[in-house]
Design a protein around this ligand. Structure first.
Ligand code: 5RP
Length: 231
């Protein structure tokens, strides 16, 4: 078990390393969470130090606020539908580079942004790298449909739990105005198959299984390892 400061250092190392991927003139998707926050801050420093020119597309209010504080100019997917690069964090990544995201309830916009990018990079500490995914899968759902979705997820063998707010009574409300269900499927043998089944439930807005990762920046004790998609 790593201590908290080693974990924080690992997040910072991975996040800052990926910031070096950004070149002048790029349009970049800016992910959500504490690891990619280091990427966003480092991009702000590079703007100050080198005069780096970039436009960012934020995946959440958190990313938007941090990008503004870091001096990054923002744009939208309507103005720039194809991004050069998207960088984001993850809750878990397996050896086939399948990913679970949504710990910050932002996976719907994160997936739209990642799928709009020519290259999708994840930054993570090595505690998140596993042989097989077993993290609970976040599912964003229309509030109107929550009971139906919960029942269908149970029929699929999952254990759904409505995510509740901290410092806010009742359910978490996503940046899109929806509810979020965390679904424990224990070890996930077929992430792509599970993803397709969850997507087919009426009322599901988006789930947190991502299958489009190109490169993982993984902070290990010895340094940041870059793991690329096979083939
Ligand atoms: C937000 C996410 C985050 O990227 C994920 O939860 C990782 O966060 P952190 O870098 O803080 O561990 O998917 O929806």
């Amino acid at each position: 078990m790593r201590d908290a400061s080693a974990n924080a250092n690992a997040k910072r190392a991975a996040g800052e390393a990926a910031a070096e991927l950004v070149k002048d003139g790029m349009v970049v998707g800016l992910g959500t969470g504490s690891t990619v926050a280091w990427t966003i801050r480092r991009l702000g420093e590079r703007i100050q130090e080198e005069g780096l020119q970039l436009l960012g597309v934020p995946t959440s209010y958190q990313a938007e606020n941090l990008a503004i504080d870091s001096g990054i100019r923002l744009t939208t997917l309507n103005q720039n539908p194809v991004l050069d690069l998207a960088i984001d964090g993850a809750d878990q990544v397996d050896e086939d580079l399948m990913v679970i995201k949504g710990g910050g309830a932002a996976h719907t916009r994160e997936k739209v942004v990642a799928c709009s990018a020519r290259r999708f990079v994840i930054v993570a500490d090595e505690g998140k790298y596993v042989k097989r995914l077993n993290h609970a899968v976040p599912v964003e759902v229309l509030p109107f449909a929550v009971r139906l979705v919960e029942q269908r997820l149970m029929d699929m063998g999952g254990a759904p739990l409505l995510r509740l707010g901290k410092m806010k009574d009742g359910p978490v409300i996503t940046d899109n105005g929806n509810f979020l269900i965390d679904v424990d499927f224990e070890e996930i043998a077929d992430p792509r198959g599970l993803a397709a089944r969850i997507s087919s439930i009426p009322g599901v807005v988006e789930h947190g299984i991502f299958d489009n990762l190109d490169e993982l920046y993984l902070a290990r004790a010895a340094g940041v390892e870059i793991i690329k998609k096979r083939g």
